[in-house]
Write a protein that binds this ligand. Sequence first.
Ligand code: TTJ
Length: 638
Amino acid sequence: MSAEYGADQIQILEGLEAVRKRPGMYIGSTSARGLHHLVYEIVDNAIDEALAGFCSNIYVSVNEDNSVTVVDDGRGIPVGINTKAGLPAVEVVFTVLHAGGKFGGGGYKVSGGLHGVGASVVNALSRWLEVTIYKEGKMYRQRYERGKVMYPLEIAGDCDPERTGTEVSFLPDDQIFEETVYDYNTLKQRLREMAFLTKNVRITLEDKRPGQEVKKVFHYEGGIREFVTYLNRGKTPLYPDIIYCEGTRDGIYVEVAMQHNDSYTEGSYSFVNNITTPEGGTHLTGYKNALTKTFNDYAKTNKLIKENDQNLSGDDIREGLTAIISIKIGEPQFEGQTKQKLGNSEARGAVESVVTEQLTIFLEQHPQAAKIIIEKSIVSQRAREAARKARELTRRKSALDGLALPGKLADCSDKDPANCEIYIVEGDSAGGSAKTARSRATQAILPLRGKILNVEKARLDKIYANAEIKAMITAFGTGIHEDFDITKLRYHKIIIMTDADVDGAHIATLLLTFLYRFMPKLIEDGYVYLATPPLYKLEKNRKVWYAYSEEQLASILQEVGRDQNNKIQRYKGLGEMDPEQLWETTMDPERRILKRVTMDPDQLSEIDLTFTTLMGDQVEPRREFIEENAKKVRNLDI
Ligand code: TTJ
């Protein structure tokens, strides 16, 4: 018996060695993103048990040593011998690749992590992992180290006979991961999303690390309806109801929730088996088709638009719409470069059918909301038409004038975009210094006057008419909207340079909001940076130091000694530096600090919410947000 056990072991270990050799193949990366995916992968198993109807509580803790514990109150992973492997099913789950969910039968596995790779991958990449199963009054336990079984599944003691469930603790292996410290906020956002997507499951997250102890419970009876309310919380809804459609077609479970707000941007997030599909796919197409057709039919039947009028476009109807589209499907097929796009053709029809049927009923029962939406869509249609004409005009003009770069732009002479940078500078005076200071060959300067337009609060026609925005679009060379072409980008670094104070931070946020809404690919592909001007200049005995933070100033003072020969200057704005100083501190590629702006693809709806909260018109959520994040930004301005 024990010899057989050992023989099985050898084969199994080969499988997990492959995971340790090429971890990226299984979890995408060994950076912070991969580290966090370990948690999602384990939690997904408990979510599956909740979806099957057997689990209502999931507890997640980050422990003092950065290990993570996940506990559920499901049926518990089976401990009986799996006949095919000749091992307890739980051991198979943790030691055989792709074994997750296939054991025990009943119900299909629907949720999934980055690639739905399963618990064995987490085990392979953990310094240690321990599983405890509570069932029939017993505690079953097994421990693994770097994927290797430490002892056969044992009965570790008795438990309350009423108690059932699974508990898994693991410590990510620092031989594998570049980063091993968990970020509470990252976990919080994804677990909140999981709770929205799985109504009735209660997810608790506790951080037990000394000095940052915190506990939070996510439990949403309304599911994705509450998700929409949450995403709209910084905005003004146009009607009180959340439109909700739910149904099953061809074995595909479809759920859609939506509500319009008075903004001009669309926020649609689609999920397949609880995994986000940022690139959409067939389910999103089905949803969009249903929306466009149902609203146009309703508008015509109820004479809100005339029979001969142009149809409302999907974009018009979805202006200011927040929506969650979530489907559960047995065998999802993901396509595209990043495997984030659903390919199953049957999903299109399923979503289209459920949404058409239930949206039609909603509109008939809520004529007032219907009227508001259609009126907003008609205004959007007119603005879109005006914007199209304005764009046509600039396009024709630029065709006539050659490139027609903006007058304020001091362009660089190098024509290879890979070598070129553009500094977007707040204010004419700083712009002037930057033009003097720059390295002409590779650095272009675009000065912007005053506060730039808040695109969260403006409609398309107004945005395209804005001089500063037009200047950026033409300088970048990429075009915008359906014309956007990243290969035409004229600079591979777009650097936002603003004063190191609250106003400067505000202007930087306005610029980022514009880029995020209209040219997100620039951020996704890593072309956008923030310049970091110094906060202090210290002079002593004709020597000069610059400090970019309070901490740095303190350490410089420590080094040079505190005495009355020190001349400390606090920089309030870029304008206080002469061109030479600006070059030395902020623009010289050898000495400057650039911060690259990044987007975590796992947190898209949260990023969106951040912009809405910061730039939208509701005061209370913004105040809360700033208070919550005050710790992180306290060095912004002192
Ligand atoms: C499978 O079908 C028979 C009854 O038990 C089902 C099962 O595996 N349930 C289950 C697995 N509940 N919870 C898990 C689980 C929980 C965690 C935290 C981690 C893992 C790998 C599985």
